[in-house]
Design a protein around this ligand. Structure first.
Ligand code: ATP
Ligand code: MG
Length: 256
């Protein structure tokens, strides 16, 4: 599968991504450690895909990076800042998170869903928030659907609204957790194309995905996690064509 951009890249903005560095992270639910000494560095403007079996800790790791669940030990650096010392609200403005479920307000249009976030978080005026919301919706190829409510949009379009809402915060890093896994198969490609486009435009991205074709084509680095640890990390060629561990070989034999 090839990824064609919804917009010619030259027409799009370029992003100024920041470096994200996770070192020796440990996270637990109660007494059970589910992230055990994880270190991952994502260079500015690059995409790292995290793959691994269910329950390996992928979602928990992303939740730790933007502090929806506080890590127990280790460090997370965003550019030159200690992400674990920033105010969580400020951190979440700098690190966008897109989930499987889009959590849009059903009674508001696509435009208002994005604009409301700008007014609430960035304290913008109504006019300014709507102007920027329309620009971000245009960026995700949805300008013509701006006045539709979520129920009148396809799942893929709703996910693109959620991505536009995250982009509106001008994040330095974007985290994606299975952003396409709730979508009907025919809608997956449009969202993956958009994510590939963001990667091409210099967004720093940490992407949990089951889409191995996407990881192979778009990732600069692929990280394989199992049982809360990084088992292997490398380029897509290294991970997919020359896996070193039995665990990764077994995983790939099950998913490819
Ligand atoms: N809120 C929670 N309370 C207790 N344990 C949890 C909680 N959320 C996740 N876990 C456990 O933590 C471990 C890691 O879960 P996590 O959701 O991070 O895995 P995952 O790799 O994202 O899996 P999947 O591919 O199924 O989404 C699992 O053993 C899971 O059961
Ligand atoms: Mg998960």
């Amino acid at each position: 599968m090839t990824y064609t951009s919804p917009l010619p890249v030259t027409e799009g903005r370029f992003y100024e991504g920041s470096r994200l560095q996770i070192d020796n992270l440990v996270m637990a639910y109660g007494d059970v450690d589910v992230i055990r000494d994880v270190s991952i560095a994502v260079e500015p403007g690059t995409t790292t895909c995290i793959i691994g079996p269910s329950g390996s800790g992928k979602s928990t790791l992303l939740r730790g990076v933007n502090r929806l669940h506080e890590p127990k030990a280790g460090s997370v650096a965003l550019a030159d800042d200690d992400a674990l010392a920033l105010k969580p609200d400020l951190l979440r403005r700098r690190v966008g998170l897109v989930f499987q479920h889009f959590n849009l307000f059903p009674d508001h249009t696509a435009l208002e869903n994005v604009a409301l976030a700008l007014r609430n978080v960035k304290k913008m005026s109504k006019g300014e928030s709507r102007r920027i919301a329309l620009a971000r919706l245009t960026e995700v190829g949805l300008a013509e659907r701006a006045d539709h409510r979520p129920r009148d949009l396809s799942g893929g379009q709703q996910q693109r609204v959620a991505i536009a809402r995250a982009l509106a915060m001008e994040p330095e890093v974007m985290l994606f957790d299975e952003a396409t896994s709730a979508l009907d198969p025919e809608l997956v490609k449009g969202v993956l194309n958009l994510m590939a486009e963001l990667a091409q435009r210099g967004m720093t991205m940490l992407v949990v995905t089951h889409e191995m074709g996407f990881a192979r084509k778009v990732a600069d680095q692929v990280v394989f996690m199992d049982e809360g640890r990084v088992v292997e990390a490398g380029t897509p060629d290294e991970i997919f064509d020359a896996p070193k561990s039995d665990r990764l070989r077994l995983f790939l034999s099950e998913v490819l």
